[in-house]
Design a protein. Structure first.
Length: 333
C-alpha cells in the first residue's frame, strides 16, 4: 500500500460508517473535534450511485471532511469498480466495501455480512476496484456469520481476499446472526471476541488489521493499538462526540482543534450558516450536536431547546445560538 496516501496516514483511528448518523453534516461537525481521524460516509449502494439522481445527493461532501472514505454496498464486481472510479473522481480518499451489515434488505441484494459466505465474490470485487483506482480499497467485515467457524472461516475469507490484492481489513469483532437477530440486536447480542482479531493480526503481520466493536474510551483504543493496526469507534463517537476531542493529541501526537466544548460548538456555526443558505433544515444539521454537552451544566436544556425548535419552519442560527446560551460556560472536558 502507498503509506503516504492521506487515508493510510489517518487510518490509526476512524469513525465507523453508520446509517442515518455519519452524514455529511455529522462529518463536518466531527472536524471541529478532530482533524486527523479518518471519517466514513454512510453505506451507499452501487445502485444509488449508478442510477440515482442527482449524484450529489449520495456523494456530496464538504472539503473540510478530508480524509474521507466512501463505504460502498454491493457485490457485482463490475458495478463496484465503476463506483470506485467515480468515488476517486469525486475526490474520496478511500473506498471501503461493506461486508458487515446484517439487515434483511441488504441480504436480499447480496450486500453486507452475507458476503462473508462468498469470499471469492469479495476477492473479485476488490481486485476489480483496485484495477481502476489509485486510492486504497478496503474491506469492513465481521468475524463470521451464523454457524461459521470463527477461526477457520474467517481465515479463509481473509486469505482469499488478500490473495486478490486486499491489504486493509477493518474487523467488527462480533459474529452477525443473519437469522434470528435484528440489525440492532446484531450490534449488541453476539459477544465481542477481540482475541480472534488479535490472532488474525498475529497470523498476518503484513496485512493491515483494524478492530471495531465496543470501543468506548481512548484508553481502550490505545490499548488495542498495541495489538492491531487501527481502531474504529462507532456509536460512542456519535452519542458522545467529545470523545473525539482528544484523538489528535492522544493518538497522533498533534494539537487538538478545540480545548472546550463551546469552542467546538462555535466553530461549527459557519458551517450551519452555509448549509442553511443551501436550503438545509436546521434540525437536519444540528441533530448531530445533541450529545456535545453531555454531562455539562445546561446540556439537557441545550438538547431540549434544539429538539423543540430546530425543526420549525424558518428555524435559523438564532435557535442554535439560543440553545448554546443555555449551557453554563465554561463547558470543558
Amino acid at each position: 500500500m502507498t503509506t503516504a496516501h492521506p487515508a493510510n496516514a489517518a487510518r490509526r483511528f476512524s469513525v465507523a460508517p453508520m446509517m442515518d448518523w455519519t452524514t455529511r453534516d455529522y462529518r463536518a461537525f466531527a472536524r471541529t473535534l478532530t482533524r486527523r481521524a479518518l471519517l466514513y460516509t454512510e453505506m451507499v449502494t452501487t445502485g444509488a450511485i449508478l442510477y440515482g439522481s442527482p449524484r450529489e445527493r449520495f456523494l456530496g461532501y464538504d472539503a473540510v471532511e478530508h480524509p474521507l472514505a466512501l463505504q460502498l454496498g454491493g457485490s457485482d464486481a463490475g458495478e463496484l469498480a465503476e463506483c470506485a472510479a467515480i468515488a476517486e473522481a469525486w475526490g474520496y480518499d478511500e473506498v471501503n466495501l461493506n461486508v458487515g451489515c446484517p439487515s434483511d434488505r441488504v441480504q436480499n441484494n447480496l450486500i453486507g455480512a452475507c458476503l462473508m459466505a462468498h469470499p471469492e465474490k469479495v476477492a473479485a470485487a476488490v481486485k476489480a476496484m483496485q484495477a481502476v483506482t489509485t486510492i486504497p480499497i478496503t474491506v469492513k467485515c465481521r468475524i463470521g456469520i451464523d454457524d461459521q467457524d470463527e477461526d477457520e472461516d474467517l481465515e479463509r475469507f481473509i486469505i482469499t481476499v488478500a490473495d486478490a490484492g486486499g491489504e486493509i481489513f477493518k474487523v467488527h469483532a462480533r459474529k452477525a446472526w443473519l437469522a434470528g437477530l435484528s440489525p440492532k440486536q446484531n450490534r449488541d447480542v453476539p459477544p465481542l471476541n477481540y482475541a480472534r482479531v488479535h490472532r488474525l493480526k498475529m497470523r498476518h503481520p503484513t496485512l493491515h488489521i483494524g478492530l471495531n466493536g465496543g470501543l468506548k474510551t481512548l484508553d481502550a483504543c490505545a490499548g488495542e493499538l498495541e495489538r492491531v493496526d487501527s481502531v474504529m469507534v462507532g456509536r460512542e463517537a456519535y452519542q458522545n462526540p467529545w470523545l473525539l476531542a482528544d484523538v489528535d493529541r492522544r493518538l497522533y501526537g498533534e494539537a487538538n482543534p478545540a480545548a472546550e466544548r463551546m469552542e467546538a460548538a462555535l466553530a461549527f456555526r459557519p458551517y450551519i450558516a452555509k448549509r442553511l443558505a443551501e436550503g438545509a433544515k436546521l434540525n437536519h444539521v444540528t441533530r448531530h450536536t445533541l450529545g456535545l454537552f453531555q454531562g455539562c451544566p445546561g446540556g439537557r436544556q441545550f438538547r431540549r431547546h434544539l429538539a423543540e425548535n430546530a425543526h420549525r419552519d424558518g428555524a435559523g442560527l438564532n435557535v442554535y445560538d439560543d440553545a448554546l446560551g443555555r449551557v453554563k460556560a465554561p463547558a470543558a472536558a
